[in-house]
Design a protein around this ligand. Structure first.
Ligand code: G4P
Length: 527
């Protein structure tokens, strides 16, 4: 096998997704610990004091205890090179999660065993199901009193609409948590709480071991035998093809905090996932093992670090090998260029990269030329990867700068944040840029916008929420916007590219406006 093949073959790229507080950060830290990527993984506990988990780098995330934007981490384990894409833990950022999922080949969904599928997160998980990528479930916090595992499984199946296949099964929970039972091998990995409460030892035994009753109580033994029989009869059979098609989610139980079940999960996960898969382009399927480099931009982020006031475009390499300094072709910009300052991110730390392979994520300095969804190819190639859909905003607000002397910073800031895809901006007819209408998918994004404008651009704004909830672009090229007959609760605005659109308060107004204006064509997504 050539070097290129070997390198790509050992790549695994996944996104990690959870409701806030389910344990995503803790689990990520334990993964990184296995790879030796960070020295101290047990630091999450002390987080409230001073130490912050490595993947939480934005002030607002620290203050609110939620992940706002996603970061990327890489680690090595058992000869594999693994890329983890962290995702925001709140449904208001589900669009960001969707984009991140576009860059991943699979997803790990972390669920708190005592809470099950949480209402707020349903939207996020559905976004995951929409992408049809393999989803692996890690049911966490089994060292705390958890819900009945059958109820947890049922909930995942019913609420998220995905079939499940438990790979292991918990023996008790909370104070009586004894470990997990591997359904295929019959091996029990025992959970033994360490002295400091932060370590769990794994000792293997099996259900037919002669001393089993000294390990687990008779009651737990009987329950496990019963559960196991029930599972064999009732649950979906393991089917790797279905897992890879995103139709069946393998389920694991464990406790990230005490590092129990994490390595078991990682081992199975690596066996079940594939190296980077071929991706669709407008010129057909692109083979990741091909010699030519190609990538697409899935995220743009400005001012990630105050020490580096710059704009970074994150790209997922889809084929071949990236070599720093080599010329590439930016398809949408129709230009040859060299990607400057290519780097891999490790939360706040940045590492210069000389080479990277299909499956890897690199961040490059963006002088303002890239947009989300853009394709970068080897010179001579001109194909585009499938675009990344934009979600229609559901909340709108009018924003105004408080200090009119800061007009330049205000416009720069708001345009920059809009280019990152965090908000969409619109303008009313007959008003200047001092008043802008902002549309977002989730209201928390208003907060992020306010915070970022104040912190990164030193602009204070006043934000007034508007009652609109539905958006339609006007497709007709030859429309006189003034002559359009709309309902009193409809607003006429234009987007960043000057395209006209309408904002509606009620869904039924869409129909009324269509009835009143013959030939009018409205679409839900701007091009
Ligand atoms: P997130 O990224 O999904 O938001 O969750 P994070 O890892 O930050 O974990 C949230 C809290 O849950 C943390 O507690 C963490 O220590 C705890 N936790 C994570 N995994 C486990 C586990 O397996 N067992 C137990 N018992 N706890 C776990 P914290 O921030 O210190 O605050 P608190 O909520 O404990 O007060």
């Amino acid at each position: 096998m050539s070097d290129l093949n070997t390198e790509i073959n050992r790549r695994r790229t996944f996104a990690i997704i959870s409701h806030p507080d389910a344990g995503k950060t803790t689990l990520t830290e334990k993964f990184l610990l296995y790879g030796g990527a960070i020295n101290l993984a047990g630091s999450v506990k002390g987080r409230k004091a001073a130490k912050h988990a490595v993947s939480d780098w934005m002030e607002i995330e620290k203050e609110r205890g939620i992940s706002v934007t996603s970061s990327v981490m890489q680690f090595e384990y058992n000869g594999m090179c693994i890329n983890i894409l962290d995702t925001p833990g709140h449904q208001d950022f589900s669009e960001d999660t969707y984009r991140t999922l576009m860059a991943a080949d699979s997803a790990v969904m972390v669920i708190d065993g005592s809470k099950g599928v949480e209402a707020q997160t349903i939207k996020l998980f559905k976004v995951c199901v929409m992408r049809h990528i393999p989803i692996f479930t890690f049911i966490n916090k089994m060292d705390r009193e958890a819900n009945d595992p059958f109820d947890l499984i049922d909930e995942i199946e019913n609420v998220l609409g995905i079939h499940t296949c438990p790979i292991n099964w918990p023996i008790g929970s909370g104070k009586s948590f004894k470990g997990v039972y591997d359904r295929k091998s019959g091996v029990i990995s025992r959970f033994i709480q360490g002295d400091n409460g932060h370590r769990a030892e794994v000792i293997e035994t099996s259900l037919d071991a002669p001393d089993i009753e000294s390990v687990i109580t008779k009651e737990l033994y009987d329950k496990l035998s019963e559960d196991s029989e029930l599972l064999d009869g009732a649950s979906d059979e393991f089917d790797l093809e279905k897992v890879r098609a995103g139709e069946l989610s393998p389920v694991f139980f464990g406790s990230a905090l005490t590092n129990f079940g994490v390595e078991i999960f990682l081992r199975h996960f690596l066996e079940m996932t594939t190296p980077p898969l071929p991706r669709k382009s407008n010129e057909g399927i692109i083979d990741p093992f091909g010699n030519d480099f190609s990538a697409f931009v899935f995220k743009i982020q400005a001012n990630m670090n105050k020490a580096h006031r710059d704009r970074i475009a994150f790209m997922r390499i889809c084929s071949g090998k990236f070599e720093a300094g080599k010329e590439v072709y930016h398809v949408q910009g129709e230009k040859k260029l060299r990607l400057t300052q290519p780097q891999q991110m490790m939360a706040e730390e940045r590492k210069h990269v000389e080479e990277a392979y299909a499956g890897d994520i690199i961040g490059v300095f963006d002088p303002g030329i890239f947009a989300i969804g853009d394709t970068i190819c080897a010179p001579g190639k001109k194909f585009c990867y499938e675009g990344i859909p934009t979600f229609a905003p559901e909340h709108f607000a009018r924003i105004r700068q408080v200090d009119t002397m800061k007009r330049k910073q205000f416009i720069k800031g708001i345009e920059q944040i809009a280019l990152e895809g965090a908000v969409q901006i619109f303008q009313e007819y007959n008003t200047g840029m001092e008043e802008i209408i902002v549309g977002v998918v989730g209201v928390l994004q208003f907060e992020v916008l306010e915070y970022r404008l104040a912190n990164e651009y030193r602009v204070e704004i006043r934000l007034e929420q508007l009652p609109y909830e539905h958006i339609r672009w006007i497709e007709n090229e030859d429309i006189y916007i003034d002559r359009l007959s709309v309902t009193s609760d409809t607003k006429k605005v234009k987007d960043m590219h000057g395209r006209p659109l309408l904002l509606f308060t009620h869904p039924w107004s869409v129909g009324t406006v269509l009835d009143r204006n013959e030939g009018l064509v409205l679409t839900e997504f701007g091009k």
